[in-house]
Design a protein around this ligand. Structure first.
Ligand SMILES: [Zn+2]
Ligand SMILES: [Zn+2]
Length: 315
Protein backbone atom coordinates (compact mmCIF):
# COMPACT_ATOMS: atom_id res chain seq x y z
CA UNK A 1 0.00 0.00 0.00
CA UNK A 2 1.43 3.40 -0.91
CA UNK A 3 2.47 5.46 2.05
CA UNK A 4 1.14 8.67 0.59
CA UNK A 5 -1.20 9.23 -2.27
CA UNK A 6 -2.70 12.63 -2.81
CA UNK A 7 -3.83 11.18 -6.10
CA UNK A 8 -6.03 13.21 -8.39
CA UNK A 9 -8.62 10.44 -8.19
CA UNK A 10 -9.03 11.12 -4.48
CA UNK A 11 -8.93 14.88 -4.62
CA UNK A 12 -12.10 16.38 -3.26
CA UNK A 13 -13.77 13.02 -2.71
CA UNK A 14 -15.23 12.06 0.67
CA UNK A 15 -12.88 10.38 3.10
CA UNK A 16 -13.27 6.62 2.77
CA UNK A 17 -11.35 3.91 4.56
CA UNK A 18 -9.08 3.60 1.52
CA UNK A 19 -8.37 7.28 1.03
CA UNK A 20 -7.97 7.76 4.77
CA UNK A 21 -5.37 5.04 5.08
CA UNK A 22 -3.40 6.57 2.26
CA UNK A 23 -2.90 9.65 4.44
CA UNK A 24 -1.52 7.57 7.30
CA UNK A 25 -4.69 7.05 9.32
CA UNK A 26 -4.90 3.77 11.19
CA UNK A 27 -7.84 3.19 13.50
CA UNK A 28 -5.91 2.96 16.73
CA UNK A 29 -4.16 5.31 19.13
CA UNK A 30 -0.46 5.67 19.78
CA UNK A 31 0.87 3.26 22.41
CA UNK A 32 -0.86 3.99 25.71
CA UNK A 33 1.82 4.59 28.29
CA UNK A 34 2.86 7.64 30.29
CA UNK A 35 6.04 7.98 32.33
CA UNK A 36 6.97 10.02 35.34
CA UNK A 37 9.27 9.75 38.33
CA UNK A 38 8.44 9.65 42.01
CA UNK A 39 11.72 10.32 43.77
CA UNK A 40 14.00 7.62 42.38
CA UNK A 41 11.10 5.33 41.42
CA UNK A 42 10.20 5.16 37.75
CA UNK A 43 6.46 4.99 37.21
CA UNK A 44 4.75 4.05 33.97
CA UNK A 45 0.98 4.31 33.60
CA UNK A 46 -0.19 1.64 31.17
CA UNK A 47 -3.51 1.78 29.37
CA UNK A 48 -5.46 -1.44 29.06
CA UNK A 49 -8.01 0.40 26.88
CA UNK A 50 -11.52 1.61 27.59
CA UNK A 51 -14.84 0.09 28.61
CA UNK A 52 -17.92 1.97 27.27
CA UNK A 53 -20.66 2.16 29.90
CA UNK A 54 -23.94 4.01 30.24
CA UNK A 55 -23.12 4.88 33.82
CA UNK A 56 -26.56 6.42 34.47
CA UNK A 57 -28.01 2.91 34.12
CA UNK A 58 -25.63 1.29 36.60
CA UNK A 59 -25.23 3.99 39.26
CA UNK A 60 -27.40 5.29 42.06
CA UNK A 61 -28.97 8.74 41.50
CA UNK A 62 -29.25 8.21 37.70
CA UNK A 63 -30.64 11.69 37.03
CA UNK A 64 -27.79 13.36 38.89
CA UNK A 65 -25.33 11.24 36.90
CA UNK A 66 -27.05 12.11 33.61
CA UNK A 67 -27.05 15.82 34.50
CA UNK A 68 -23.38 15.79 35.50
CA UNK A 69 -22.29 14.23 32.20
CA UNK A 70 -24.53 16.55 30.19
CA UNK A 71 -23.05 19.58 31.98
CA UNK A 72 -19.59 18.27 31.02
CA UNK A 73 -20.70 17.98 27.35
CA UNK A 74 -20.23 14.22 27.41
CA UNK A 75 -22.67 11.73 25.95
CA UNK A 76 -23.43 8.35 27.45
CA UNK A 77 -22.26 5.66 27.14
CA UNK A 78 -18.89 7.09 28.11
CA UNK A 79 -15.62 5.23 27.48
CA UNK A 80 -14.22 4.50 30.91
CA UNK A 81 -10.43 4.22 30.92
CA UNK A 82 -8.84 1.11 32.39
CA UNK A 83 -5.42 2.13 33.75
CA UNK A 84 -2.65 0.00 35.26
CA UNK A 85 0.52 1.26 36.93
CA UNK A 86 4.06 -0.09 36.79
CA UNK A 87 6.41 0.85 39.64
CA UNK A 88 10.07 0.27 38.84
CA UNK A 89 11.87 0.74 42.14
CA UNK A 90 15.25 -0.15 40.67
CA UNK A 91 15.19 -3.44 42.64
CA UNK A 92 11.77 -4.71 41.57
CA UNK A 93 9.19 -4.13 38.93
CA UNK A 94 5.77 -4.05 40.56
CA UNK A 95 2.59 -3.94 38.49
CA UNK A 96 -0.60 -2.58 40.05
CA UNK A 97 -3.59 -4.32 38.39
CA UNK A 98 -3.64 -6.12 35.07
CA UNK A 99 -6.63 -4.83 33.08
CA UNK A 100 -9.32 -7.05 31.61
CA UNK A 101 -7.28 -9.48 29.50
CA UNK A 102 -9.70 -11.33 27.22
CA UNK A 103 -12.79 -10.82 29.40
CA UNK A 104 -14.20 -7.48 28.16
CA UNK A 105 -13.71 -7.55 24.38
CA UNK A 106 -11.34 -5.78 22.00
CA UNK A 107 -11.43 -2.24 23.45
CA UNK A 108 -9.59 -3.58 26.51
CA UNK A 109 -6.84 -6.17 26.91
CA UNK A 110 -4.05 -3.90 25.66
CA UNK A 111 -1.90 -3.93 28.79
CA UNK A 112 0.80 -6.25 27.46
CA UNK A 113 1.24 -4.47 24.12
CA UNK A 114 1.56 -1.15 25.95
CA UNK A 115 3.94 -2.71 28.49
CA UNK A 116 6.14 -3.88 25.61
CA UNK A 117 5.89 -0.49 23.89
CA UNK A 118 7.21 1.03 27.13
CA UNK A 119 10.23 -1.29 27.03
CA UNK A 120 9.25 -4.05 29.47
CA UNK A 121 8.36 -7.72 28.96
CA UNK A 122 5.76 -9.64 31.00
CA UNK A 123 8.64 -11.75 32.34
CA UNK A 124 10.22 -8.61 33.83
CA UNK A 125 7.37 -8.22 36.34
CA UNK A 126 8.38 -9.48 39.80
CA UNK A 127 5.18 -8.73 41.68
CA UNK A 128 1.58 -7.88 40.86
CA UNK A 129 -0.49 -6.03 43.46
CA UNK A 130 -4.22 -6.31 42.80
CA UNK A 131 -6.31 -3.47 44.17
CA UNK A 132 -9.11 -6.04 44.13
CA UNK A 133 -10.41 -9.05 42.26
CA UNK A 134 -12.75 -7.86 39.49
CA UNK A 135 -12.54 -8.63 35.78
CA UNK A 136 -11.04 -5.28 34.78
CA UNK A 137 -8.27 -5.51 37.41
CA UNK A 138 -7.39 -9.21 37.71
CA UNK A 139 -8.66 -10.32 34.28
CA UNK A 140 -5.31 -9.69 32.60
CA UNK A 141 -3.49 -12.17 34.84
CA UNK A 142 -4.21 -15.09 32.50
CA UNK A 143 -5.10 -15.58 28.85
CA UNK A 144 -6.54 -18.89 27.70
CA UNK A 145 -6.12 -20.26 31.22
CA UNK A 146 -2.36 -19.64 31.24
CA UNK A 147 -0.47 -17.07 33.33
CA UNK A 148 0.59 -14.01 31.31
CA UNK A 149 3.32 -13.07 33.82
CA UNK A 150 5.63 -16.08 34.18
CA UNK A 151 7.76 -14.78 37.05
CA UNK A 152 5.30 -12.72 39.06
CA UNK A 153 3.90 -13.32 42.51
CA UNK A 154 0.35 -11.95 42.85
CA UNK A 155 -0.56 -10.13 46.07
CA UNK A 156 -4.09 -9.32 47.22
CA UNK A 157 -5.92 -8.70 50.50
CA UNK A 158 -7.11 -12.06 51.83
CA UNK A 159 -10.72 -10.82 51.93
CA UNK A 160 -11.09 -10.84 48.15
CA UNK A 161 -10.08 -14.44 47.36
CA UNK A 162 -12.10 -15.44 50.46
CA UNK A 163 -15.14 -14.22 48.53
CA UNK A 164 -14.43 -14.63 44.81
CA UNK A 165 -12.65 -17.99 44.98
CA UNK A 166 -15.01 -19.51 47.55
CA UNK A 167 -17.34 -22.29 46.31
CA UNK A 168 -19.65 -21.65 49.30
CA UNK A 169 -19.96 -17.94 48.50
CA UNK A 170 -20.52 -18.70 44.84
CA UNK A 171 -23.32 -21.18 45.61
CA UNK A 172 -25.32 -18.55 47.50
CA UNK A 173 -24.44 -15.53 45.34
CA UNK A 174 -27.12 -13.67 43.39
CA UNK A 175 -27.23 -14.58 39.70
CA UNK A 176 -25.84 -11.15 38.72
CA UNK A 177 -22.60 -11.86 40.62
CA UNK A 178 -21.99 -15.35 39.18
CA UNK A 179 -20.00 -14.02 36.25
CA UNK A 180 -17.42 -12.46 38.59
CA UNK A 181 -16.88 -15.79 40.35
CA UNK A 182 -16.37 -17.57 37.04
CA UNK A 183 -14.00 -14.85 35.75
CA UNK A 184 -12.04 -14.92 39.00
CA UNK A 185 -11.44 -18.66 38.70
CA UNK A 186 -10.53 -18.35 35.04
CA UNK A 187 -7.82 -15.73 35.61
CA UNK A 188 -6.62 -16.09 39.24
CA UNK A 189 -6.68 -19.88 39.66
CA UNK A 190 -3.63 -20.48 37.41
CA UNK A 191 -1.54 -18.50 39.94
CA UNK A 192 -3.11 -20.32 42.89
CA UNK A 193 -2.23 -23.65 41.30
CA UNK A 194 1.34 -22.46 40.71
CA UNK A 195 1.67 -21.36 44.37
CA UNK A 196 2.07 -17.75 43.29
CA UNK A 197 -0.90 -16.09 45.00
CA UNK A 198 0.06 -14.45 48.30
CA UNK A 199 -2.48 -12.74 50.56
CA UNK A 200 -2.04 -9.98 53.12
CA UNK A 201 -4.33 -8.73 55.88
CA UNK A 202 -5.21 -5.06 55.51
CA UNK A 203 -2.63 -2.32 56.03
CA UNK A 204 0.86 -3.70 55.48
CA UNK A 205 4.32 -2.67 54.36
CA UNK A 206 4.65 -4.93 51.31
CA UNK A 207 7.95 -3.62 49.95
CA UNK A 208 10.20 -0.68 50.79
CA UNK A 209 8.15 2.34 49.72
CA UNK A 210 4.99 0.34 49.01
CA UNK A 211 2.15 0.06 51.53
CA UNK A 212 -1.37 -1.32 51.25
CA UNK A 213 -4.20 0.97 52.32
CA UNK A 214 -7.53 -0.76 53.02
CA UNK A 215 -10.40 0.79 51.06
CA UNK A 216 -13.08 -1.79 51.80
CA UNK A 217 -16.59 -1.61 50.42
CA UNK A 218 -16.44 -1.81 46.63
CA UNK A 219 -15.18 -5.32 47.32
CA UNK A 220 -14.52 -6.77 50.79
CA UNK A 221 -10.76 -6.57 50.26
CA UNK A 222 -10.15 -3.58 48.00
CA UNK A 223 -6.90 -1.82 48.87
CA UNK A 224 -5.12 1.19 47.53
CA UNK A 225 -1.34 1.18 47.35
CA UNK A 226 0.64 4.10 48.70
CA UNK A 227 3.93 4.50 46.86
CA UNK A 228 6.48 6.65 48.61
CA UNK A 229 10.03 7.63 47.71
CA UNK A 230 12.20 10.57 48.73
CA UNK A 231 9.25 12.29 50.38
CA UNK A 232 6.98 12.05 47.32
CA UNK A 233 3.75 10.11 47.56
CA UNK A 234 1.37 8.52 45.08
CA UNK A 235 -1.84 6.69 46.02
CA UNK A 236 -3.20 4.16 43.54
CA UNK A 237 -6.76 3.76 44.73
CA UNK A 238 -8.44 1.21 42.44
CA UNK A 239 -12.18 1.67 42.05
CA UNK A 240 -12.81 4.64 44.32
CA UNK A 241 -14.08 6.50 41.23
CA UNK A 242 -15.88 5.05 38.17
CA UNK A 243 -17.57 8.25 36.94
CA UNK A 244 -15.30 11.28 37.30
CA UNK A 245 -17.98 13.83 36.41
CA UNK A 246 -20.44 12.53 39.03
CA UNK A 247 -18.63 10.97 41.98
CA UNK A 248 -16.15 13.68 42.99
CA UNK A 249 -18.95 16.21 43.38
CA UNK A 250 -21.19 13.65 45.07
CA UNK A 251 -19.23 10.76 46.67
CA UNK A 252 -22.48 9.13 47.85
CA UNK A 253 -23.19 7.98 44.27
CA UNK A 254 -22.52 4.24 44.05
CA UNK A 255 -22.28 1.72 41.21
CA UNK A 256 -23.94 -1.67 40.91
CA UNK A 257 -20.53 -3.39 41.01
CA UNK A 258 -20.16 -2.33 44.67
CA UNK A 259 -20.42 -5.39 46.90
CA UNK A 260 -21.35 -3.15 49.85
CA UNK A 261 -22.54 0.21 48.44
CA UNK A 262 -22.89 1.88 51.85
CA UNK A 263 -19.34 1.00 52.87
CA UNK A 264 -18.07 1.93 49.39
CA UNK A 265 -19.58 5.42 49.70
CA UNK A 266 -18.20 5.93 53.22
CA UNK A 267 -14.74 4.83 52.09
CA UNK A 268 -14.87 7.14 49.05
CA UNK A 269 -15.79 10.13 51.21
CA UNK A 270 -12.96 9.30 53.64
CA UNK A 271 -10.19 8.84 51.07
CA UNK A 272 -11.24 11.85 48.97
CA UNK A 273 -11.10 14.02 52.09
CA UNK A 274 -7.70 12.57 52.99
CA UNK A 275 -6.30 13.11 49.48
CA UNK A 276 -7.59 16.71 49.42
CA UNK A 277 -6.20 17.46 52.88
CA UNK A 278 -2.80 15.83 52.42
CA UNK A 279 -2.30 16.76 48.78
CA UNK A 280 -0.68 13.57 47.54
CA UNK A 281 -0.84 12.58 43.88
CA UNK A 282 -3.47 10.00 42.96
CA UNK A 283 -3.43 7.40 40.19
CA UNK A 284 -6.95 6.32 39.37
CA UNK A 285 -7.90 3.13 37.56
CA UNK A 286 -10.91 4.66 35.81
CA UNK A 287 -10.27 8.40 35.54
CA UNK A 288 -9.45 9.12 31.90
CA UNK A 289 -5.93 7.96 30.93
CA UNK A 290 -3.38 8.46 32.39
CA UNK A 291 -5.61 8.99 35.44
CA UNK A 292 -3.09 11.10 37.38
CA UNK A 293 -4.05 14.11 39.44
CA UNK A 294 -5.00 15.63 42.76
CA UNK A 295 -8.22 16.00 44.70
CA UNK A 296 -9.46 19.34 45.97
CA UNK A 297 -12.47 20.29 48.02
CA UNK A 298 -15.10 22.21 46.11
CA UNK A 299 -18.55 23.31 47.25
CA UNK A 300 -20.13 20.44 49.18
CA UNK A 301 -17.91 17.80 47.63
CA UNK A 302 -14.66 17.46 45.72
CA UNK A 303 -13.21 17.93 42.26
CA UNK A 304 -10.43 16.31 40.24
CA UNK A 305 -7.40 18.30 39.14
CA UNK A 306 -5.59 16.49 36.31
CA UNK A 307 -1.79 16.52 36.57
CA UNK A 308 -0.16 18.64 33.85
CA UNK A 309 1.39 16.67 30.98
CA UNK A 310 5.13 16.48 31.46
CA UNK A 311 8.07 15.83 29.16
CA UNK A 312 10.63 16.67 31.84
CA UNK A 313 12.02 13.28 32.73
CA UNK A 314 15.29 12.12 34.23
CA UNK A 315 17.16 9.04 33.05
ZN1 LIG B 1 -14.11 -3.17 40.76
ZN1 LIG C 1 -12.65 -1.32 38.01
Amino acid sequence: MPVLAASPANAGSPLTADTASSYGWVARQAPGFYRFTLGAFRITVLSDGTAPRDVAKIMSKPQAVRDAFAAAHQTLPVEISVNCFLIDTGDRRILIDTGAGELFGPLTGHLVENLRAAGYEPGDIDDILLTHIHGDHSGGLSIGGRPVFPNATVHVDQRDPALWLSPEAEATAPAAARMTFQQSHQTVDPYVRAGRLRTFDGAAQLFPGVRSVPLYGHTPGMNGYLIENQGQRLLLWGDIIHATEAQFRDPTITIEYDVDPTAAATTRQRILADAARQGYMVGSAHVTFPGLGHVRTEHAGFSWVPAPYSTKLTE
